[in-house]
Write a protein that binds this ligand. Structure first.
Ligand SMILES: Cc1cc2nc3c(=O)[nH]c(=O)nc-3n(C[C@H](O)[C@H](O)[C@H](O)COP(=O)(O)O)c2cc1C
Length: 445
């Protein structure tokens, strides 16, 4: 059985020597983040001694494909098929009367940072941030529940702001605001990577209940409890939950903050959340994600790969695999592997990718003998199978990602497709070199 909660997962990884326990005292101001960033957010860490707090902090849980898959009892190549299957066959949550997350309930007045560390990450960040909290909301009719992650700057007391870039959730916030009403939210900390991954499934595309999808990813329905002060359900085995309300007509100036593209975002007014309760397990373990680290980028890449694979297949059925690279802000670059059947397949695949995902900026299409997760192999294909005057096409001035920083208009970009496949008729000439025997290096080194 897969661990369904974070402390069981940490225990499992600890037993298997996969967890790095950090005994040294670290400051939540920059130092804790510096350690996570030095490891790119790819390795599971448990900070046991956070300065000023008795509560440990976990990070880096879902930042590598191998560990993300492992947390769900899968091999890396099983991840995308499992995600598709979980979307189609979600496992509904069980509502239980009470759960560990309600072992401690704190009502206002309180100062959020008295309880758990709130780290500050980059040199120019405007304050301490919650980056990993999984937000739970319901649609405006109060029926459909869904999760996402939105960074929240700790403002003071029981207040944070919240940065929402999704038009769906912004519409919802506006709906309540127009009526002078507050919108209820709950934010879960201390959850397994499957819950973070499912939170990244597009609400707009799939309208899935992402907690039900999380259960399917883990192979078992998850228990939820009714919140204490808002009409929402949260995971019964989350470590910590903040319950609260987005206050109508109030804004807090947010930024600078180190964004996904690797630059600082500007300052803009953002909605304010007032927390109405903190609930947590006995001996809670807090959790963070270093912004823009692999742990933030990987779930985004995986969900985009899952979507791209099926949409590109609609027009080029011989697509084998898709890689949305983490380095390119987890959205700007894709490498597509095809088994080319007819000339034109590669450019068609790139066009289909651009049509499917507006954020894509550069797409490289390679043959099925190229390892799309190995940058050197992809570069080799571009170098040896591509002629820029015939195999590169550029579409100027198309819609792009708001994170695109190099165009003079934000959200606009040129798209470049690179066909790095060889002509079908020249298969013989493009066969790769090899040696005729298999060896086991352990016999020699
Ligand atoms: C670690 C992490 C931090 C994120 N921070 C934000 C954020 O601050 N604001 C935001 O709008 N989206 C953020 N996202 C992306 C959204 O969570 C994502 O677009 C969303 O969950 C997709 O679901 P939706 O279609 O409901 O928006 C973050 C994602 C991750 C993994």
């Amino acid at each position: 059985m897969n661990p369904l909660n974070m402390r069981d997962l940490l225990e499992d990884w600890d037993k298997r020597g996969l967890l790095n326990r950090i005994h040294k005292e670290v400051s939540p101001d920059y130092e804790l983040g510096a350690v996570i960033r030095a490891l790119k957010g790819e390795q599971p860490l448990l900070f046991e001694n956070v300065q000023g707090y008795s509560v440990p902090m976990a990070a880096g849980l879902g930042g590598s494909r191998k560990l993300m898959a492992d947390s769900m009892g899968l091999e890396v190549n099983e991840l995308l098929p499992k995600m598709v299957d979980s979307l189609i066959n979600p496992l509904p949550t069980n509502l239980v009367p009470t759960g560990p997350v309600h072992e401690n309930v704190v009502l206002p007045p309180f100062d959020l940072d008295d309880f758990f560390p709130v780290p500050t990450f980059h040199t120019e960040d405007c304050g301490p941030y919650y980056v990993s909290g999984v937000l739970v909301v319901k649609d405006v009719e109060g029926r459909k529940r869904y999760t996402s992650i939105r960074r929240m700057k700790f403002i003071g007391g029981n207040r944070t702001n919240i940065v929402i870039t999704s038009s769906e959730l912004n519409r919802q916030v506006a709906y309540f605001e127009e009526r002078g009403e507050s919108m209820e939210v709950a934010v879960m900390f201390g959850v397994v990577p499957a819950v973070v991954l499912a939170s990244q499934f597009s609400t707009h595309l799939f309208h899935a209940d992402k907690l039900d999808v999380s259960g399917a990813l883990l192979g078992e329905s998850l228990d939820v409890v009714q919140c204490k002060t808002v009409d929402l359900e949260v995971l019964a085995e989350a470590e910590i939950v903040l319950e609260g309300k987005i206050v109508p007509h109030e804004r807090d100036p947010e930024g600078a903050f180190g964004e996904l593209g690797g630059y600082y975002g500007g300052n803009a007014p953002q909605p304010v959340v007032e927390m109405t309760a903190i609930t947590y397990r006995n001996n809670p373990i807090s959790q963070t994600i270093f912004p823009s680290s692999s742990e933030e980028r990987l779930p985004m890449c995986l969900v985009r790969e899952m979507t791209l694979l099926s949409t590109v297949k609609q027009t080029v059925e011989n697509v084998k695999a898709v890689h949305v690279t983490m380095a390119a802000a987890a959205r700007l670059h894709a490498i597509i592997q095809i088994e080319k059947k007819t000339e034109g397949d590669a450019k068609q695949a790139a066009l289909a990718a651009f049509a499917s995902d507006k954020d894509l900026k550069h797409v490289v299409v390679v043959d099925d003998d190229v390892d799309i997760f190995n940058h050197e192999d992809v570069e080799w294909a571009i170098a040896t199978r591509c002629q820029a005057d015939q195999d590169v096409f550029i579409i100027p001035g198309a819609k792009g990602s708001p994170l695109e920083s190099s165009h003079n208009l934000r959200g606009v970009t040129a798209k470049m497709g690179i066909d790095a496949t060889y002509p079908i008729s020249e298969k013989e000439m493009f066969r790769r070199t090899s040696v005729p025997i298999e060896i086991d290096l352990n016999d020699y080194l």
